[in-house]
Design a protein around this ligand. Structure first.
Ligand code: DGL
Length: 273
């Protein structure tokens, strides 16, 4: 196993792969250590206490490896634990909500922005706060879409069932005259073609993946923190899941377009840790 310091990317399941893909594209020499807690996905319908406990179990696990940064590639976990993780860890921690909000503000022309996410992400109004901090005059509407993550976790994103679910769920946004929609859950970019088809080409879909990778890249290149340089050969990535290894590998290989070795790693069961 390589000793090159890695960028850890964590998510409740396969959603963070949308961020991993962008990090691989923007920082091809960096080593990625991915952890998906598929066994306990979805996080979005769990209590903040459970989300906090599960997220820190993942964080504590990845901290056993030599790391240069941690990306919480899950909006739900970002909304609940980002502040605490930044205070507790002695390494740079990046979430996905601020980068997503920034990208949406840059993209919107009318200032009418929608946010779709898990129940927890929408309930915390984390995007709304981040957006209004950037621009207080925006019109922001949030909608929880609890049926989307299970579709993606089952690899069903291109099926009729996905189209019907997306059409039914997003119907109420049609009258909001939004010009920008934040995919406020890292699983949703895997459903982006269907979402775009249902809402029409005039609405701009924002995935925080690209902007998150950009923030990571400027952090690693900023010179403010001394990071060992990335090695100039193909990095030895490591993908881990607490769930079904084969299912994870299938979705990850399709999304990342390369063969992967996936390791199964079970985390503690209890959330009262
Ligand atoms: N992908 C995650 C997010 O960005 C969470 C999905 C879930 O576990 O509910 O919010």
């Amino acid at each position: 196993m390589s000793e090159q310091q890695a960028i850890a990317i964590i998510d409740s399941g396969v959603g963070g792969l949308t961020v991993a893909r962008e990090v691989m594209r923007q920082l091809p020499n960096e080593r990625i250590l991915y952890f998906g807690d598929n066994a306990r996905c979805p996080y979005g319908s769990k209590t903040p206490e459970e989300i906090r406990a599960y997220s820190f179990q993942m964080i504590d696990y990845v901290l056993q490896f030599p790391l240069k940064a941690l990306v919480i590639a899950c909006n739900t976990a970002t909304a609940v634990v980002l502040g605490e993780a930044r205070r507790r860890l002695h390494l740079p921690v990046i979430g996905v909500i601020e980068p997503g909000a920034r990208a949406a503000v840059m993209a919107s022309k009318t200032g009418r922005i929608g946010v779709i996410g898990t129940e927890t992400t929408i309930r915390t109004r984390a995007y709304e706060h981040a957006l209004l901090r950037l621009h207080p005059d925006l019109y922001v509407v949030g909608l929880a879409c609890p049926a989307f993550v299970p579709l993606v976790e089952r690899g069903m994103q291109r099926t009729d069932e996905a189209r019907e679910t997306v059409t039914k769920t997003l119907g109420q946004l049609r009258h909001e005259e939004l010009d920008t929609l934040i995919l406020g859950c890292t699983h949703y970019p895997l459903l982006a073609p269907v979402i775009q088809e249902v809402l029409g080409e005039d609405i701009r879909l924002i995935s925080s993946a690209e902007e998150t990778a950009r923030e990571l890249s400027s952090l690693l290149c900023s010179g403010q923190t001394e990071f060992p340089p990335a090695l100039l050969h193909s990095p030895d990535h490591l993908f881990m899941t607490s769930g079904d290894q084969e299912k994870f590998r299938e979705i990850a290989e399709e999304w990342l377009g390369r063969n992967l070795t996936v390791k199964r790693q079970v985390l503690e069961k209890s959330f009262q840790s």
